[in-house]
Design a binder for this molecule. Sequence first.
Ligand code: NDP
Length: 786
Amino acid sequence: MTLTEIMETLPYGPAPEAAKPALDWLKAHKGRFQLFVAGKWRNPASKEWFTTINPANAQKLAEVAQASAADVDEAVKAARKAFAGWSQTKGHVRARYLYAMARQIQKHARLFAVLETLDNGKPIRETRDIDIPLVARHFYYHAGWAQLMESELPGYAPLGVVGQIIPWNFPLLMLAWKVAPALAMGNTVVLKPAEFTPLTALLFAEICQNIGLPPGVVNIITGDGKTGAALVEHPGVDKIAFTGSTEVGRIIRKATAGSGKKLSLELGGKSPFVVFEDADLDSAVEGVVDAIWFNQGQVCCAGSRLLVQEGIAEKMYAKLRARMEKLRVGDPLDKAVDIGAIIAPVQLQKIQQLVQKGVEEGAKLWQPSWAVPTEGCFYPPTLFTEVAPASTIAQEEIFGPVLAALTFRTPEEAVRLANNTRYGLAASIWSEDINLALDVATQIKAGTVWINSTNLFDAASGFGGYRESGFGREGGKEGLWEYVKKIEVHNTAQGQKPRARGLTARASAESLPPIDRTAKLFIGGKQVRPDSGYSKAVYAPDGRLVGEVGLGNRKDIRNAVEAARSAQEGWRKTAAHSKAQILYFLAENLSERAEEFARRLSEQTGQDGGAEVEAALEALFTAAAWADKYEGLVHPTPLRNVTLAIPEPIGVMGILCPDDQPLLALARLAGSALAMGNTLVVVPSPLAPLSATDFYQVLETSDVPAGTFNIVTGERDELARTLAEHDDVDAVWYAGPQAGWALVEKASAGNMKRTWTLPSSGPLPDTEEILRQATQVKNIWVPYGA
Ligand code: NDP
């Protein structure tokens, strides 16, 4: 045998990591773990316990308490009690605690890594080199934000008690993503780890005790979906932060609808991995390994759809098969293993069923020649080629080591295929042409885009989805907004006090115009009659008729959404400078007719119309000013890399305006949303819609592209429901009564659209907040180096 032959046939010897320290830790707790509430360990009120097992060998690791609704209640009470002190604790002191957590995690990194591998089945190489270092990084990074909160987020306060529910795929990392920013901003938390993987969260609870964190600031309650549901429904919780499946995300969206609880959802994905023909193919193949076989493919942002340019497809597949043949599946504690165990038999079955479906639907299956271990839960790396874009395996999240490959011919087709999904979590683009890569990156609808790289994470970079992948960001400065609220300042900065309908001074009878015409709707740049053929009367505060508007219905909303969708791409791509010009032009044309608008406002509201027109002009100017100045950030993520955090428009937005200051509300809400590149379907307040209908002519004379700004008058809640249920609407802002908040939030769960609920009267939110609500941050990772 030659030396070369020996080298090529040399088998891997086992290189196991010692499990003893973690097993000793389990033994020291007699294999049983209580709930961590108010800084103490306590038995569950239910007296029930469940078992957590090692998926690599099906052996029992420990018994863990099953928290009932009563336990959830105790934990929320403890967090509420602790909030009083923690929210007042100086940022510097909170920073010290977060720093201590980071240090403790580093000092016990090996124990955490082994425990995570035992409980989850992921390879020790990943827990040791990725999960745990990133956990420490998150605590360090957010220690910094705690320190800087006062100077960098002036005027913002913590929310209160935050309920956090996390999945099993990155147990401690998801804990860090949630706990670190919440504590940094002065909130207290009740966290429920996943039933399959509670152990590292319990070890983290011990750290909280050891560093002397005030009791109740962090509470860890173990349990199943019922425990999670009880936490979601608890009235004492101010915010829910959830990571998990889109199905459960939808349930939570509905359950919190109308409750006033803030919500962030990080859900599933079907992320595209796009390889252009000029890509470095060997790097791209390694990229695929990290994209879909990292963590057994049980990753929400896994690059599970491989899109390859046609000319290089066969070459790419051949390289990929050769690489797959060399991957090693087996004991996760073995340091030379690439792919560990699937979390549980139920997940394994799900993967098997979806693979079977792929075969039935005609895709070509390929798996390596070797067999996976039969003991424990294992599945081989799998490649499907000849996959149809609409097939189940191209659309459904498999959450396993299964890659579905499709081909494309042009960059346009690549973008279309990449966006052919209900999700929008991440994307990976491979090309040596940076112009092409960045051009495609801006067109893919996803919260994170990696160029010539994949699955890069860092605390400084925000992570979160578009579309049904959820909303909200974790990490980066953008992630902090999820855990703060604006401190309410009661002043008269809005220029006007909220009016009390019917009680205010009325305009003189002489100023009333004759009841002359019924305003139509404004859709696709044209004034159109409402589908219903009905109109609706508009009354002055003292009950006199001042005009009529068209009564829009579902069909009108659908037409308006269609117009807004057609206009979206063009408006999004319109240069920021041109958007600003159009907004200035709107202001100019409004000012031409200031007197007429002032009179109309006085008739409808009984308030000083002149002051409101002035405020509206200023709002349009502010929106125009921001159009070319609302900048992103460049996050200093590690490695030779720049991460561009770019605010992007959300898309098609429905805006249901408040009753007070109807023209100012229109200018400030719609103006800002337009400035950020969204196209709109605006429903004016049913009490004072005439200023909006008069605005048609201003729109028509100001170069606003047809379909960009649509206005439908009618019954607010009826139109709100249609907008919230419409799958082609990306966000709904609803100003109206609380009952309407619930309606909109519940109905929005269909496509997980973003919602923002506001009171029907009172001061309007400030521009900074509106701009944030009108955008979503995309993080584009651009590594460099020759
Ligand atoms: P779930 O979404 O069910 O679980 C996520 C977390 O939510 C867990 O802590 C779970 O508790 C909890 N939970 C379950 N039901 C409710 C409820 N009604 N109210 C509140 N909390 C609840 O994911 P699964 O673990 O069941 O996995 C199923 C599928 O979800 C996977 O196959 C995968 O496709 C996807 N998934 C996606 C993830 C992502 O990061 N995007 C992460 C995990 C899964 P418990 O599990 O303890 O019962």
